[in-house]
Design a protein around this ligand. Structure first.
Ligand code: NAD
Ligand code: USQ
Length: 408
């Protein structure tokens, strides 16, 4: 492994919350690889949800013990692991923070699927309880620990909503002009108004308010990364050993759009475009996710600075265009299905991402090579696929019907 090229400028102690997940696992490996000292906290709830949904990762992910053993063999580095529910076991979380004395906490540990959050009243309540308590417990524990810990949180582009009347979505804040009682016009900076499209996205909007408050009251250093849809599966580090393989969700709740399309085409299932496919979304490859988190850690805000918000995305695409691209690449069919969600049928999306570019990100954009790599992985593990788990059955309202083919 090429250590020198990659070494981080300064070695930090980092706790990764949610380090067993799709983004958290490759991030933990990357941070360990570049020389940081990593401890993972995860309650393995995502693996339990696999059991609940009877839908496994397409790739055969290994138990945490095997993953960590493999990493030690490959890299000579140890990553520690604590099984803690951070939404429910505050004292244990605080104890690990006090023992580890981290410089940074990276927070991935939330229920992250919009369709799962809309499945039933129980799933709505679980998502709200889990995500908001998780974030609040972390902030409260940072303050109680008395340490100057930089919190890096994975937020979502979805907090902005996806329509901006042609304006580029700024990085978190909006300058508005207000009129005083004396008729004077003054400029103010406000948090960009949130417009969440699911219970899950709503919890991320609530998180923003918790960050605003703890930053204002306790000067907690916080970076909130408004991330787009992550695609891909492998990173440089997960490729080093089969046992380090990352998860690949393809089911109707957890599978995200581009990975689903690539998997569907690979197993010969018609590509499921919701509605007209006019929805435009922001995207980022998993390799850039891990790089962005490294950059965010290496560029913390000052102690008295407001919450720093980065838009963590590299490009935007229309769902229909992605379906056509994948269909051309693989000769796969496209099926336009009734949209199970309540969302705009068509939208434009323009997004600022200058902050990461200014910190040195060289964006990976959709290339045939990388799309092919995901297709190859999906083909390799096609024997593990349960095609009955592909349709998106979670609807946003009771009146809606799950993704059936559109009647012409
Ligand atoms: P994931 O579900 O694969 O991983 C989340 C991890 O957090 C899981 O391992 C889960 O077990 C753990 N977790 C959840 N609740 C916990 C709790 N109470 N205590 C301890 N551990 C807990 O999700 P992901 O795709 O890796 O996403 C990680 C973060 O990035 C999420 O917060 C998500 O909102 C954000 N994000 C993801 C994407 C994407 O496309 N995957 C895009 C934008 C933002
Ligand atoms: N879609 C399809 N066909 C499918 C699946 C999805 O047309 O088979 C459409 C959806 O209707 C939606 C768009 O594709 O319009 C994106 O859906 P998605 O499931 O890929 O993404 P989303 O629900 O927004 O959630 C994902 C992650 C979440 C993250 C978010 C970033 O699961 O954690 O916060 O992407 S963002 O979309 O920028 O808000």
């Amino acid at each position: 492994m090429d250590w020198k090229n990659n070494q981080s400028e300064s070695h930090k102690k980092i706790i990764v919350l949610g380090g067993d997940g799709f983004c958290g696992w490759p991030t933990s490996l990357h941070l360990s690889n570049v020389g940081h000292d990593v401890t993972i906290i995860d309650n393995l709830s995502r693996r339990n949800i696999d059991n609940e949904l009877e839908a496994e990762s397409l790739t055969p992910i290994q138990p945490m013990g095997t993953r960590l053993q493999a990493w030690e063999e490959v890299s000579g580095k140890k990553i520690r692991f604590c099984n803690i529910d951070i939404a429910d076991e505050y004292e244990k979380l605080l104890q690990v923070i006090n023992e580890e004395q981290p410089d940074v906490i990276v927070h991935f540990a939330e229920q992250r699927a919009a369709p799962y959050s809309m499945k039933s009243p129980q799933h709505k309540r679980y998502t709200v309880n889990n995500n908001i308590n998780a974030t609040h417990n972390v902030l409260c524990a940072i303050v109680e620990s008395g340490r100057d810990i930089h919190l890096v949180h994975l937020g979502t582009m979805g907090v902005y909503g996806y329509g901006t009347a042609g304006m580029k979505i700024p990085e978190g804040y909006l300058n508005v002009e207000v009129k005083t009682e004396q008729g004077e016009r003054i400029e103010q900076e406000i948090l960009y108004p949130t417009n969440p499209g699911s219970i899950y996205h709503m919890t991320k909007s609530q998180d923003q308010l918790l960050f605003f408050y703890y930053n204002k009251n306790d000067n907690v250093r916080i970076t909130d990364l408004h991330q787009g849809i992550v695609w891909g599966t492998n990173t440089k580090e997960t490729k080093l050993d089969d046992r380090l393989i990352n998860r690949f969700d393809y089911d109707g709740d957890y599978g995200t759009v581009l990975n689903r399309f690539l998997m569907q085409a690979a197993v010969g299932y018609p590509i499921t475009v919701h509605g007209t496919g006019g929805q435009t979304r922001a995207f980022i490859h998993i390799q850039d996710t891990v790089r962005c988190i490294q950059l965010a850690i290496e560029n913390p805000p000052a102690r008295d600075e407001r919450v720093m918000i980065f838009n963590q995305m590299t490009e935007t695409h229309r769902v229909k265009d992605l379906a056509e691209l994948v269909s051309e690449m693989t000769d796969g069919d496209i099926a336009y299905v009734t949209n199970p969600r309540k969302e705009a049928a068509e939208n434009e999306l323009h997004v600022e991402n200058n902050l990461f570019l200014s910190k040195g990100l060289e964006p990976i954009t959709l290339s045939n090579g990388l799309l092919q790599e995901v297709t190859d992985i999906a083909r390799e593990y096609a024997y593990r696929a349960d095609l009955s788990k592909i349709p998106a059955t979670s609807t946003w309202t009771k009146e809606q019907k799950p993704g059936m083919p559109e009647q012409n």
